[in-house]
Ligand binder design. Structure first.
Ligand code: 5AD
Ligand code: SF4
Length: 471
């Protein structure tokens, strides 16, 4: 693929962008105010990053952003379907939007993201929510200007869901949530088909961006003030396998580490089955790679892991953790855990508690298993009753939280390098930032520190964040 070739895909959208700009300028002339959009993002960092592109395009088209959904002329929900409650929330909000549309018939309602990639959802939308104006999926984000123009011209609903991915479209306008840190996609999709997970069905097969495109984007971000990047992929450890000139993730990291002016590199998500020695060595050698690794375990029981199709055992995972801790002694580990997978016995659950105690995570994202239609696990026997799962979930937190507290206690008295991100929502004089090991740190300071990496001495531990003082 040549650069000229794939850039032209977004080039084609530029006519629509100017058409919608004219339409929005006309509105401004008549009404003295600009049309406003409200964007709700659900789900993972991949979706959050997609929303940055959506917001970039909408601003390019002459819309202003509002945080007040009630006053919006354009409402877009970037949806998630990994767990059922995210979908329920969308349906609930769509009911509410129907009333908003009664008050403002010009309101455009747009749904996109993972949820609408499912046929059952489209059926439901057609049946009950036919007032949604535009629907598009995960593969054709870049077409948003064209879809809006079509909706305006035809006056009818536009639904454009692709079943498969097309080319990777580069160079979309993007508005970053933070000035000093940014996410960068390195790959899309997933080939793993964990039996509980809907992602491979809604995000398609693995495909990697060219290393030179990734490096170009990172250099541009750094030139624009970014100090920390988060490399995103469902399974970054298998980056580059499908490229014409295969490149490993470790090789990519070593190249990124050379980018002048960049200070910190983070990445997610790593799959334990593909985490290579080469990667551990790169993490050890590259000074910009943060001493933090998110390594989802999902369950501590090898039996359950097998039925989850995770392709590793408890012993393999513990072996990896040992290797990583040996190579990078002060690394912090975090994880994802699912409780209540079909057939999970009390013994299986005890194995999960055991692995938590052995690994000692600094953070864990814990989930109750959610049955997703279309995945193999949805048809498995022995779905676990709700009360049993809730009880296990609580018992798991009782094991996890004291460990998180202890790990944070061990940081009290230490001086950490903190990238200052923002003021605290509660108090303007309190700044928040992240240490290299991803610990969240609050300390007294002023706004002019935002974007700087400064030394902070940790003086107190509040379990989910640390209190520090500037030194
Ligand atoms: N139910 C509960 N949690 C799930 N995850 C993915 N699918 C499901 C599901 N059906 C969790 C996994 C994954 C994280 C992003 O979401 O732990 O790592
Ligand atoms: Fe889902 Fe498994 Fe792929 Fe992660 S690796 S996105 S959990 S299928």
């Amino acid at each position: 693929m040549t650069e000229k070739n794939y850039n032209s895909l977004f080039e084609q959208q530029k006519n629509y962008v100017s058409q919608i700009n004219d339409w929005n300028n006309e509105y401004f002339k008549l009404n003295g105010k600009r049309r406003k959009f409200y964007c709700l993002t659900m789900g993972c960092q991949m979706n959050a990053h997609d929303s940055e592109k959506i917001i970039g395009m909408l601003k390019d088209m002459g819309y202003d952003e509002t945080a007040n959904e009630n006053e919006a002329d354009f409402v877009i929900y970037n949806t998630c379907c990994v767990r059922e409650n995210a979908e329920m929330k969308v349906y609930g909000k769509l009911g509410w939007l129907k009333n908003l549309k009664k008050k403002n018939p010009e309101l455009l309602i747009v749904l996109c993201g993972c949820m609408v990639q499912q046929d059952t959802v489209i059926e439901q939308l057609n049946k009950t929510y036919n007032y949604v104006d535009i629907i598009f999926g995960t593969y054709n984000l870049y077409k948003l200007p064209e879809l809006i123009a079509t909706r305006i011209e035809t006056g009818s609903q536009v639904c454009d869901i692709w079943k498969e991915h097309g080319e990777i479209v580069e160079d979309l306008p993007t508005v970053r949530e933070y000035k000093y840190k940014s996410s960068v996609n390195i790959m899309y999709g997933c080939n793993n088909f964990c039996t509980y997970c809907i992602v491979p069905y809604v995000r398609g097969r693995e495909r990697s961006r060219q290393p030179e495109d990734i490096l170009k984007e990172i250099r541009e971000l750094v030139a624009d003030g970014v100090k920390e990047i988060m490399l995103l992929g469902q399974n970054v450890n298998s980056y580059g396998k499908n490229l014409e000139t295969p490149t490993t993730f470790a090789q990519l990291l070593r190249q990124i580490n050379e980018v002048e002016g960049l200070e910190r590199i983070r990445f997610m998500t790593s799959h334990p089955k593909d985490l290579s020695d080469e990667l551990i060595e790169a993490m050890r050698d590259c000074d910009k790679i943060c001493k933090y690794l998110h390594l989802p375990v999902q369950s501590g029981s090898s039996n359950v892991l097998k039925r989850m199709n995770r392709n590793y055992t408890k012993e393999h995972y513990l072996g990896l953790v040992e290797k990583i801790k040996k190579a990078i002694p002060d690394i912090m580990l975090s994880t994802d855990i699912i409780v209540g997978f079909p057939g999970e016995t009390e013994e299986d659950f005890q194995e999960t508690l055991d692995i938590i105690r052995k690994v000692r995570y600094s953070t864990a994202f814990t989930f109750i298993y959610s049955k997703r239609t279309g995945t193999p696990a949805a048809n498995m026997e022995d779905q676990i009753p709700e009360d049993v799962v809730k009880d296990r979930f609580d018992r798991m937190l009782n094991v996890l939280n004291p460990i998180i507290h202890e790990i944070n206690n061990s940081q009290v008295g230490q001086v950490l390098d903190v990238l200052v991100e923002d003021t605290s929502k509660q108090d303007e004089n309190i700044m928040t930032g992240r240490a290299n090991n991803n610990s969240l740190v609050h300390f007294e300071g002023s706004k002019d520190l935002i974007g700087q990496i400064i030394k902070v001495k940790i003086v107190d531990n509040k379990t989910f964040y640390l209190i520090g003082e500037r030194v």
